[in-house]
Design a protein around this ligand. Structure first.
Ligand code: AP5
Length: 222
Protein backbone atom coordinates (compact mmCIF):
# COMPACT_ATOMS: atom_id res chain seq x y z
CA UNK A 1 0.00 0.00 0.00
CA UNK A 2 1.50 3.36 -0.98
CA UNK A 3 1.02 6.52 1.08
CA UNK A 4 -2.66 7.38 0.86
CA UNK A 5 -5.59 8.43 3.00
CA UNK A 6 -6.53 6.16 5.88
CA UNK A 7 -9.98 6.96 7.28
CA UNK A 8 -11.56 5.13 10.19
CA UNK A 9 -15.32 5.11 10.79
CA UNK A 10 -16.09 4.49 14.45
CA UNK A 11 -19.58 3.81 15.75
CA UNK A 12 -21.87 1.17 17.20
CA UNK A 13 -23.91 -1.29 15.11
CA UNK A 14 -26.35 0.68 12.98
CA UNK A 15 -24.44 3.97 13.20
CA UNK A 16 -24.17 3.99 9.41
CA UNK A 17 -20.52 2.98 8.97
CA UNK A 18 -21.22 0.73 5.97
CA UNK A 19 -23.75 3.09 4.39
CA UNK A 20 -21.40 6.05 4.59
CA UNK A 21 -18.25 4.09 3.67
CA UNK A 22 -19.86 3.06 0.38
CA UNK A 23 -20.78 6.69 -0.30
CA UNK A 24 -17.22 7.84 0.45
CA UNK A 25 -16.02 5.23 -2.03
CA UNK A 26 -18.27 6.79 -4.67
CA UNK A 27 -17.41 10.39 -3.76
CA UNK A 28 -13.64 10.09 -3.33
CA UNK A 29 -12.55 6.87 -5.06
CA UNK A 30 -11.41 5.36 -1.77
CA UNK A 31 -11.74 1.65 -0.97
CA UNK A 32 -14.03 0.40 1.82
CA UNK A 33 -12.45 -2.27 4.03
CA UNK A 34 -15.14 -3.77 6.25
CA UNK A 35 -13.86 -6.42 8.65
CA UNK A 36 -17.49 -7.54 9.13
CA UNK A 37 -17.81 -8.17 5.36
CA UNK A 38 -14.41 -9.90 5.25
CA UNK A 39 -15.38 -12.15 8.16
CA UNK A 40 -18.80 -12.97 6.64
CA UNK A 41 -17.01 -13.90 3.39
CA UNK A 42 -14.68 -16.20 5.37
CA UNK A 43 -17.68 -17.80 7.11
CA UNK A 44 -19.45 -18.32 3.76
CA UNK A 45 -16.27 -19.80 2.23
CA UNK A 46 -15.87 -22.16 5.20
CA UNK A 47 -12.22 -21.21 5.78
CA UNK A 48 -10.61 -22.13 9.11
CA UNK A 49 -10.83 -18.50 10.24
CA UNK A 50 -14.49 -18.38 9.16
CA UNK A 51 -15.31 -21.53 11.12
CA UNK A 52 -13.71 -20.06 14.24
CA UNK A 53 -15.53 -16.72 13.78
CA UNK A 54 -19.04 -17.96 12.99
CA UNK A 55 -20.43 -18.69 16.46
CA UNK A 56 -18.74 -15.62 17.96
CA UNK A 57 -20.40 -13.37 15.39
CA UNK A 58 -23.80 -14.99 15.83
CA UNK A 59 -23.52 -14.32 19.58
CA UNK A 60 -22.73 -10.64 18.96
CA UNK A 61 -19.25 -10.90 20.50
CA UNK A 62 -15.98 -9.71 19.01
CA UNK A 63 -13.87 -12.12 16.98
CA UNK A 64 -10.33 -12.51 18.34
CA UNK A 65 -7.74 -9.94 17.29
CA UNK A 66 -5.46 -12.56 15.66
CA UNK A 67 -8.16 -13.69 13.21
CA UNK A 68 -9.29 -10.16 12.37
CA UNK A 69 -5.77 -8.84 11.92
CA UNK A 70 -4.77 -11.70 9.62
CA UNK A 71 -7.83 -11.13 7.42
CA UNK A 72 -7.36 -7.37 7.33
CA UNK A 73 -3.64 -7.55 6.63
CA UNK A 74 -4.27 -9.79 3.60
CA UNK A 75 -6.84 -7.33 2.26
CA UNK A 76 -4.59 -4.31 2.86
CA UNK A 77 -1.89 -5.97 0.78
CA UNK A 78 -4.09 -5.87 -2.34
CA UNK A 79 -3.12 -3.17 -4.86
CA UNK A 80 -6.45 -1.29 -4.95
CA UNK A 81 -5.83 -0.05 -1.38
CA UNK A 82 -3.20 2.31 -2.80
CA UNK A 83 -6.12 4.63 -3.65
CA UNK A 84 -6.72 5.16 0.08
CA UNK A 85 -8.93 3.24 2.47
CA UNK A 86 -11.97 3.64 4.67
CA UNK A 87 -11.85 1.23 7.58
CA UNK A 88 -15.41 0.21 8.48
CA UNK A 89 -15.68 -1.77 11.73
CA UNK A 90 -11.93 -1.79 12.40
CA UNK A 91 -10.20 -1.23 14.75
CA UNK A 92 -12.52 -2.38 17.52
CA UNK A 93 -10.10 -3.01 20.39
CA UNK A 94 -7.02 -1.25 21.78
CA UNK A 95 -4.93 -4.16 20.48
CA UNK A 96 -6.30 -3.72 16.95
CA UNK A 97 -5.67 0.05 17.05
CA UNK A 98 -2.07 -0.47 18.12
CA UNK A 99 -1.56 -3.18 15.49
CA UNK A 100 -2.97 -0.84 12.83
CA UNK A 101 -0.54 1.90 13.87
CA UNK A 102 2.31 -0.61 13.48
CA UNK A 103 1.13 -1.78 10.05
CA UNK A 104 0.74 1.76 8.79
CA UNK A 105 4.11 2.87 10.20
CA UNK A 106 5.81 0.02 8.32
CA UNK A 107 4.31 1.44 5.10
CA UNK A 108 5.24 5.04 6.03
CA UNK A 109 1.61 5.92 6.67
CA UNK A 110 -0.62 7.05 9.50
CA UNK A 111 -4.31 7.48 10.26
CA UNK A 112 -5.64 10.54 8.39
CA UNK A 113 -8.86 10.86 10.41
CA UNK A 114 -10.90 8.70 12.79
CA UNK A 115 -14.51 9.79 12.49
CA UNK A 116 -16.93 8.97 15.27
CA UNK A 117 -20.54 8.57 14.08
CA UNK A 118 -22.45 9.72 17.16
CA UNK A 119 -25.84 8.07 17.65
CA UNK A 120 -28.37 7.15 20.33
CA UNK A 121 -28.23 3.43 21.21
CA UNK A 122 -31.98 2.92 21.43
CA UNK A 123 -32.48 3.90 17.78
CA UNK A 124 -29.87 1.39 16.60
CA UNK A 125 -31.98 -1.69 17.27
CA UNK A 126 -34.65 -0.45 14.82
CA UNK A 127 -32.03 0.55 12.25
CA UNK A 128 -30.25 -2.80 12.33
CA UNK A 129 -33.29 -5.05 12.47
CA UNK A 130 -34.83 -3.28 9.44
CA UNK A 131 -31.69 -3.64 7.34
CA UNK A 132 -31.30 -5.76 4.20
CA UNK A 133 -28.86 -5.83 1.30
CA UNK A 134 -28.85 -6.69 -2.38
CA UNK A 135 -27.60 -10.27 -2.71
CA UNK A 136 -25.87 -9.41 -6.02
CA UNK A 137 -23.98 -6.13 -5.36
CA UNK A 138 -24.27 -5.67 -1.58
CA UNK A 139 -26.05 -2.28 -1.72
CA UNK A 140 -27.68 -1.65 1.66
CA UNK A 141 -31.36 -0.83 2.26
CA UNK A 142 -33.76 -0.40 5.17
CA UNK A 143 -37.46 -1.35 5.47
CA UNK A 144 -38.32 2.20 6.51
CA UNK A 145 -35.34 4.56 6.11
CA UNK A 146 -33.81 3.56 2.75
CA UNK A 147 -36.14 1.78 0.36
CA UNK A 148 -35.20 1.05 -3.27
CA UNK A 149 -36.78 3.53 -5.72
CA UNK A 150 -38.72 0.62 -7.23
CA UNK A 151 -39.84 -1.96 -4.66
CA UNK A 152 -38.02 -5.28 -5.06
CA UNK A 153 -35.33 -3.96 -7.45
CA UNK A 154 -31.86 -2.84 -6.41
CA UNK A 155 -31.21 0.80 -7.39
CA UNK A 156 -27.57 0.08 -8.11
CA UNK A 157 -27.48 -3.17 -10.10
CA UNK A 158 -31.12 -4.05 -10.84
CA UNK A 159 -30.85 -7.26 -8.79
CA UNK A 160 -34.06 -8.74 -7.38
CA UNK A 161 -32.65 -10.92 -4.57
CA UNK A 162 -32.10 -9.45 -1.13
CA UNK A 163 -30.72 -10.92 2.10
CA UNK A 164 -30.64 -10.21 5.84
CA UNK A 165 -27.77 -10.90 8.25
CA UNK A 166 -27.98 -13.73 10.81
CA UNK A 167 -26.87 -11.35 13.62
CA UNK A 168 -29.45 -8.63 12.84
CA UNK A 169 -32.01 -9.58 15.50
CA UNK A 170 -32.84 -7.38 18.49
CA UNK A 171 -31.18 -9.64 21.10
CA UNK A 172 -27.87 -9.91 19.23
CA UNK A 173 -27.87 -6.21 18.42
CA UNK A 174 -28.00 -5.49 22.18
CA UNK A 175 -25.00 -7.80 22.70
CA UNK A 176 -23.17 -5.99 19.89
CA UNK A 177 -23.95 -2.62 21.51
CA UNK A 178 -22.53 -3.91 24.81
CA UNK A 179 -19.39 -5.12 23.06
CA UNK A 180 -19.05 -1.72 21.36
CA UNK A 181 -19.24 0.23 24.62
CA UNK A 182 -16.91 -2.12 26.52
CA UNK A 183 -14.21 -2.59 23.89
CA UNK A 184 -14.52 -0.08 21.04
CA UNK A 185 -15.80 3.22 22.48
CA UNK A 186 -12.49 3.76 24.37
CA UNK A 187 -10.84 4.20 20.95
CA UNK A 188 -12.58 7.59 20.65
CA UNK A 189 -10.25 8.88 23.39
CA UNK A 190 -7.29 7.03 21.81
CA UNK A 191 -7.71 8.90 18.51
CA UNK A 192 -8.55 12.12 20.35
CA UNK A 193 -5.15 11.98 22.02
CA UNK A 194 -3.50 11.45 18.64
CA UNK A 195 -5.24 14.60 17.31
CA UNK A 196 -7.03 12.84 14.43
CA UNK A 197 -10.52 12.47 15.92
CA UNK A 198 -13.57 14.03 14.21
CA UNK A 199 -17.19 13.60 15.30
CA UNK A 200 -20.40 13.72 13.29
CA UNK A 201 -23.97 13.69 14.55
CA UNK A 202 -25.21 10.54 12.79
CA UNK A 203 -28.85 10.67 13.90
CA UNK A 204 -30.03 12.84 10.98
CA UNK A 205 -30.81 11.99 7.35
CA UNK A 206 -28.26 9.86 5.47
CA UNK A 207 -27.64 12.65 2.93
CA UNK A 208 -26.80 15.21 5.65
CA UNK A 209 -24.28 12.82 7.24
CA UNK A 210 -22.75 12.17 3.82
CA UNK A 211 -22.30 15.93 3.36
CA UNK A 212 -20.71 16.33 6.80
CA UNK A 213 -18.30 13.45 6.12
CA UNK A 214 -17.40 14.83 2.71
CA UNK A 215 -16.47 18.12 4.32
CA UNK A 216 -14.21 16.34 6.81
CA UNK A 217 -12.53 14.31 4.08
CA UNK A 218 -11.94 17.39 1.91
CA UNK A 219 -10.50 19.30 4.88
CA UNK A 220 -8.22 16.35 5.64
CA UNK A 221 -6.84 16.88 2.08
CA UNK A 222 -7.67 13.43 0.75
P1 AP5 B 1 -19.97 -5.48 11.37
O1 AP5 B 1 -20.37 -6.11 10.09
O2 AP5 B 1 -18.85 -4.53 11.39
O3 AP5 B 1 -21.27 -4.89 12.04
P2 AP5 B 1 -21.50 -3.69 13.07
O4 AP5 B 1 -20.32 -2.93 13.53
O5 AP5 B 1 -22.33 -4.28 14.13
O6 AP5 B 1 -22.11 -2.63 12.22
P3 AP5 B 1 -23.34 -2.76 11.30
O7 AP5 B 1 -22.92 -3.31 9.98
O8 AP5 B 1 -24.45 -3.47 12.00
O9 AP5 B 1 -23.78 -1.25 11.21
P4 AP5 B 1 -23.28 -0.04 10.33
O10 AP5 B 1 -22.75 1.01 11.24
O11 AP5 B 1 -22.41 -0.46 9.19
O12 AP5 B 1 -24.70 0.45 9.80
P5 AP5 B 1 -25.31 0.44 8.35
O13 AP5 B 1 -24.64 1.46 7.51
O14 AP5 B 1 -25.42 -0.94 7.80
O15 AP5 B 1 -19.58 -6.64 12.42
C1 AP5 B 1 -20.39 -7.79 12.59
C2 AP5 B 1 -19.70 -8.75 13.53
O16 AP5 B 1 -18.43 -9.16 12.95
C3 AP5 B 1 -19.32 -8.18 14.90
O17 AP5 B 1 -20.41 -8.26 15.80
C4 AP5 B 1 -18.13 -9.07 15.28
O18 AP5 B 1 -18.56 -10.33 15.73
C5 AP5 B 1 -17.42 -9.27 13.94
N1 AP5 B 1 -16.40 -8.24 13.69
C6 AP5 B 1 -16.38 -7.35 12.66
N2 AP5 B 1 -15.29 -6.58 12.71
C7 AP5 B 1 -14.59 -6.99 13.82
C8 AP5 B 1 -13.39 -6.56 14.42
N3 AP5 B 1 -12.66 -5.53 13.91
N4 AP5 B 1 -12.97 -7.18 15.54
C9 AP5 B 1 -13.67 -8.20 16.08
N5 AP5 B 1 -14.84 -8.67 15.55
C10 AP5 B 1 -15.30 -8.05 14.44
O19 AP5 B 1 -26.78 0.98 8.69
C11 AP5 B 1 -27.71 0.14 9.37
C12 AP5 B 1 -29.11 0.36 8.77
O20 AP5 B 1 -29.54 1.68 9.09
C13 AP5 B 1 -29.16 0.25 7.25
O21 AP5 B 1 -30.36 -0.38 6.88
C14 AP5 B 1 -29.12 1.69 6.74
O22 AP5 B 1 -29.86 1.84 5.54
C15 AP5 B 1 -29.80 2.42 7.91
N6 AP5 B 1 -29.24 3.74 8.13
C16 AP5 B 1 -27.93 4.11 8.04
N7 AP5 B 1 -27.79 5.42 8.34
C17 AP5 B 1 -29.03 5.87 8.65
C18 AP5 B 1 -29.56 7.14 9.04
N8 AP5 B 1 -28.75 8.23 9.19
N9 AP5 B 1 -30.89 7.24 9.30
C19 AP5 B 1 -31.69 6.15 9.17
N10 AP5 B 1 -31.27 4.93 8.77
C20 AP5 B 1 -29.95 4.78 8.52
Amino acid sequence: MSKAAVLILLGPPGAGKGTQARMLEEDFGLVQLSTGDLLRAAVAAGTEAGQRAKAVMEAGQLVSDDIVLAILQDRMAEPDTAKGIILDGFPRTAGQAEALDGLLATAGQEVTAAISLDVVDEAMVARVSGRYTCAKCGEGYHDEFKKPAQAGTCDKCGGADFKRRADDNAETVRERLNAYHAQTAPLIAYYGEKGVLKSVDAMGPIADIRAALSQIVKTASV
